[in-house]
Design a protein around this ligand. Sequence first.
Ligand SMILES: [Fe+2]
Length: 401
Amino acid sequence: MTIEQTLTDKERLADLDLDQLKQLVGLVEYDSAADPFPVSGWDAVVWIVGNATQTAHYFQSAFGMTLVAYSGPTTGNRDHHSFVLESGAVRFVIKGAVDPDSPLIEHHRIHGDGVVDIALAVPDVDKCIAHARAQGATVLDEPHDVTDEHGTVRLAAIATYGDTRHTLIDRSGYSGPYLPGYVERTSTHRRRDGAPKRLFQALDHVVGNVELGKMDEWVGFYNRVMGFTNMAEFVGEDIATDYSALMSKVVSNGNHRVKFPLNEPAIAKKRSQIDEYLDFYRGPGAQHLALATNDILTAVDQLTAEGVEFLATPDSYYEDPELRARIGNVRAPIEELQKRGILVDRDEDGYLLQIFTKPLVDRPTVFFELIERHGSLGFGIGNFKALFEAIEREQAARGNF
Ligand SMILES: [Fe+2]
């Protein structure tokens, strides 16, 4: 498959071209014919929350997403509301219980608001499931067709860490707004005058937090079951502050569109941010979603004006001569980055700009990263120490450090 053919319809509709995608998310060419579990990209990130009505509003009003589809009591689904939101090629599905006996209630009681399903677009659901099963994966949903007047989708699902799953979707024979059972829906929400069309265009990576000692097991799962390859490795002291540490490895699908860093806590003097997550999420789960933007400065300004809070970066970070020498020239003056707390990292391929929100939900669990890549295919390893020290200050303020 050529790299041109790997552009999804969503990406085309979001006015994303190949060069932008290479820059935004580090898309690369690869031979999918030799892949035992070909994945073409992200399909959706599915959330279960305590109040889907309000969360859907928040993602529209604060994050500039657009409501495109809905399922709920008025469409024959009496169990829950489900709002489908998009920003460029990113699709979120926000679910919240209506029926007090909905199975979503128990999931939410245990985990709070969070990501339940990282759904992936695959060209051949049956091939993937056959391979996953042969490799010992837990198949949660057997391959099956769902049909409505817009066509047919083929779906299946496998379990990953914690209560998280990967739904596998082939929607090549479907033209509806999301899935059968959903209707097209728009919202009366209007962006403010002068606001950009969208604040982010693509999903770059989704990070999973797993228990102490389990990271290599899950790296092995993605290698074996899904044919993902290892991208980068951060171990031990790479991500240690004076007090806490974590280990992280990154796996990616063939075209690098789907990247999964996996973190586990490391033994240290104090409880790491990963331990805090595992305590409050009641187990492994999705820690952060990195949203690729082509203008991180504007995105941060817009989000800040909407009340979204970011982790503060100490002034010392920007004044550090070693850092300044290492990052060299970037597209904006350091002072502009400093004003917003945007971090910079550079490697042999280029640089990236990134920033992290505070937790988005009531528990100190899931958060967003905004990332603007300029050649670098990394994850900001040079920033991990500064970042974790910032997270630890927040953790201490919450009394969990
Ligand atoms: Fe990240």
